[in-house]
Design a protein around this ligand. Structure first.
Ligand code: BES
Ligand code: ZN
Length: 743
């Protein structure tokens, strides 16, 4: 098989060209002397084919003007399935021979999504055909080449019997993202890589619009906060972040900006902007923008210009510049005094906030119920708002809760004073708040705790309010937080681990009992995803019943890969549970997992297994698992999945990284994947000694595309180390944790 990947700056390695996004050209592509039995694909349909013995020459139709990074060619043995849009565009999904059926779901999503984008952008898809190809070995998730989108197998193919609900959602996400690029990116292209977020932020955001349209039952906008906004806030809370619009001076600097800031912060500020100007205005503006810059290029300012006109908002650029040209984001400190809200903004930093920056912030709040929604624009460092009238409508004092950033539309955090926080807690326990608001308050509380603005005692006490939580996204965030607290407490207060474990298990058990191990008829997509997440978390927490049940179901699966006892949604949980029992003297479970790994042909199954191997508490098993990641049995693209290392395996993983650095470096040094090795293994440490040691090791081993990731990881260690000290001094913690554990 032969596949091209030209973004960001590799077309120049294939043919001489002005290899920058603003130099658009028409391409006439010809493939010479291809073995005649192979399928050949390029951006455009075939114009003519000449057969010459066993070889063929394929001429493609001339393309419309397009940037070099979107040119593509694929050659290989493939099967495909196809369908047509109502306006006659031929859409095909290509896969390895024998897997054509697994393309059905993606084909369905593609057809529906093309229709949706055509309506939304008021502009049809711009080429006569669209091919989507599953590539067995592919460094990123997918690539939006014009008319010829390439994908990792796991992000395109779906197996009805062995793929999980989460796999399905991922396929829809990636397809919707790449198809959004056919407008945002391919038809209208960023002028220069500085404006990469116009591509990636928008494609990320648009994919939610499409998913919401196609699968309303997924409640995808509640997931937006957990997957995009929360992750954006996490990275952008580091001092070593960067602005959305970032200067790029050399091709070697481009790879690094395909990061959380361009994708997730980008998508989040788009969501904030849409909230501010309103959905219909926003849509009209995007349609005008696409029409105005079609077959050409645009900068961030061109977008603001359209929004100014369409929405009659002369200050849009001023507002948005504070979010795209400035790094970081604000935390709003809110106090209530004499029926007046006092709000102050300062930059949120985990390592300690500071006051020099200012944002223009679209704020919303409501009081007691969601009908009381107030919107305003905060421009100063601090402001006060009289809310007497709002409060006067409330007779029940318990209902006088105030929630800022309603539905978490804004890209900022909120810190409430004690009185307001207590009322919000009451509102959560009494189910007065929406899913996204419950989630946002939890995420902010955790961040404030890591930034040492809230004690761990308060955070844990607050988390107890989520004991009856059953909503997927809130649970998913809760589980993320639990994992991080476990690690930090293991460093700071190991003597409290048992109590903490018991508390967390108690928090998750009601949800586990609710979902059960087996799928329920007619249950929601979200519940199906939660089931796996909950049991995975319980297994990692060492919950014995979960581990035993999972192991017995796994044994049934070993005898029969189609057993109903191990639905794809709970397989990852079972694999993790199996690994909890593996030790250096009893590796039977590991051997069984590897047997499943070797026998399956489904990439998603292989990845579930890879992702469970290093979750083992036994250090030498972790080392072995990591070695397996670099073996010839694991595709280069998949090794990073093994980096999900147990908290017990942290030290040995670092040792492994050092021992194997030369090999990792030669294999991944020139690509995007190297940073994942560094970030995943390095940033979980929590002491200044470790920081020194790691700094020494990388002293003469860094290259340009790694610099920022390394700095961010070091900063994370610093944050962790400060956090550990604070937790050591938390005098109330022991008593609080013991109480919580026994509830
Ligand atoms: N344009 C990117 C692929 C890319 C990434 C090319 C980095 C060059 C460098 C593509 O549209 C993309 O964003 N892919 C994502 C998947 C998406 C659903 C977030 C990916 O590869 O993870
Ligand atoms: Zn993209």
């Amino acid at each position: 098989m032969a596949v091209t990947q030209f973004e960001p700056a590799y077309a120049r390695q294939c043919f001489p060209c002005w290899d920058e996004p603003s130099f658009k050209a028409n391409f006439n592509i010809t493939l010479l002397d291809v073995p005649s039995e192979l399928v050949t694909l390029s951006n455009m349909p075939v114009d003519e084919e000449e057969l010459n013995g066993n070889l063929k020459t394929v001429y493609y139709q001339e393309s419309p003007v397009m940037s070099t990074y979107l040119v593509a060619v694929v050659i290989g043995l493939f099967d495909y399935i196809e369908d047509h849009t109502p306006d006659g565009i031929k859409v095909r999904v290509y896969s390895q021979v024998g897997k054509a059926n697994q393309g059905k779901f993606a084909l369905h999503v593609a057809l529906k999504t093309l229709g949706f984008y055509k309506d939304y952008f008021q502009m049809p898809y711009s080429l006569p055909k669209l091919d989507m190809v599953a590539i067995p070995d592919f460094a990123c998730g997918a690539m939006e080449n014009y008319g010829l989108v390439t994908y990792r197998e796991k992000d395109l193919l779906f197996d009805d019997h062995h793929s999980a609900a989460a796999n399905k959602q991922r396929v829809a996400t990636v397809v919707a993202h790449e198809l959004a690029h056919q407008w945002f990116g391919n038809l209208v292209t960023m002028e220069w890589w500085t404006d990469l977020w116009l591509n990636e932020g928008f494609a990320t955001w648009m994919s939610y619009m499409a998913k919401d349209k196609l699968f309303p039952e997924w409640k995808i906008w509640t997931q937006f906060f957990d997957h995009e906004c929360s992750e954006g806030l996490r990275l952008d809370g580091l001092a070593k972040s960067h602005p959305i619009e970032v200067e790029v001076n050399h091709a070697s600097e481009i790879d690094e900006i395909f990061d959380t800031i361009s994708y997730k912060k980008g998508a989040s500020i788009i969501q904030m902007l849409k909230g501010y100007v309103g959905g219909p205005h926003f849509q009209n503006s995007l349609a005008t923008y696409i029409k105005r810059h079609a077959w050409s290029n645009a900068r961030t300012n061109d977008l603001w210009a359209v929004l100014k006109e369409e929405c009659n908002e002369p200050t849009i650029d001023k507002i948005m510049n504070s979010w795209t040209k400035q790094e970081g984001y604000p935390v709003l400190s809110v106090k209530m005094k004499n029926q007046t809200l006092e709000i102050k903004q300062s930059r949120f930093l985990y390592a300690g906030s500071h006051d020099r920056c200012r944002w223009i912030i679209p704020i919303t709040y409501c009081c007691g119920d969601y009908d009381s929604l107030i919107s305003l624009l905060m421009e100063k460092k601090s402001e006060t708002y009289d809310i007497k009238d709002l409060l006067s409508n409330i007779t029940d004092p318990a209902r006088s809760w105030i929630k800022l950033n309603v539905e978490q539309i804004g890209f900022f955090r909120v810190k409430y004073d004690d009185g307001l926080a207590a009322k919000l807690r009451y509102a959560i326990e009494h189910k007065c708040l929406s899913v996204t608001d419950r989630l946002g308050i939890l995420d902010d509380s955790f961040a404030l705790c890591m930034a040492r603005k809230m004690s761990l005692t308060s955070l844990l006490t607050f988390m107890a309010a989520y004991r009856e939580e059953l909503e997927h996204t809130v649970l998913s965030n809760l589980i993320k937080i639990i994992g991080k607290i476990e690690r930090i407490v293991a460093d700071a207060r190991p003597e409290l681990m048992n109590y903490i474990n018991q508390f967390f298990i108690g928090l998750l058990l009601p949800a586990a009992a609710n979902f059960g191990w087996d799928p329920k008829q007619g249950e929601s997509h979200l519940d199906a995803m939660s089931r796996g997440d909950i049991f995975t978390a319980l297994a990692v927490l060492g919950h014995e019943e979960t581990i035993n049940e999972a192991n017995s179901r796994f044994n049934a699966f070993l005898n029969d890969r189609n057993t109903p006892l191990l639905h794809p949604d709970i397989r990852k949980a079972a694999y993790v549970a199996v690994m909890q029992k593996v030790t250096s003297s009893n590796k039977a479970g590991l051997a069984s997992l590897l047997k499943v790994y070797r026998e399956t042909d489904l990439s998603q199954e292989k990845i579930r297994i890879l992702g469970s191997l290093a979750s083992c508490p036994d250090e030498s098993v972790v080392y072995e698992a990591l070695n397996f990641a670099l073996s010839s049995e694991v595709r280069k693209q998949d090794a990073v999945f093994v980096l999900a290392v147990s908290k017990e395996g942290r030290e040995v993983a670092w040792k492994w990284l050092k021992n194997n650095w030369d090999k990792i470096w030669t294999t991944y040094g020139s690509g995007l994947l190297l940073n994942r090795f560094v970030g995943a293994i390095v940033s979980s440490f929590a002491s200044s000694e470790k920081m020194k040691e790691i700094g020494m090791f990388f002293g003469n081993r860094t290259q340009a595309s790694m610099v920022r990731t390394l700095k961010q990881s070091m900063e994370q260690i610093y944050i962790n180390s400060k956090w550990v000290q604070t937790i050591r001094n938390d005098k109330d913690l022991a008593e609080a944790v013991k109480k919580l554990a026994n509830k």
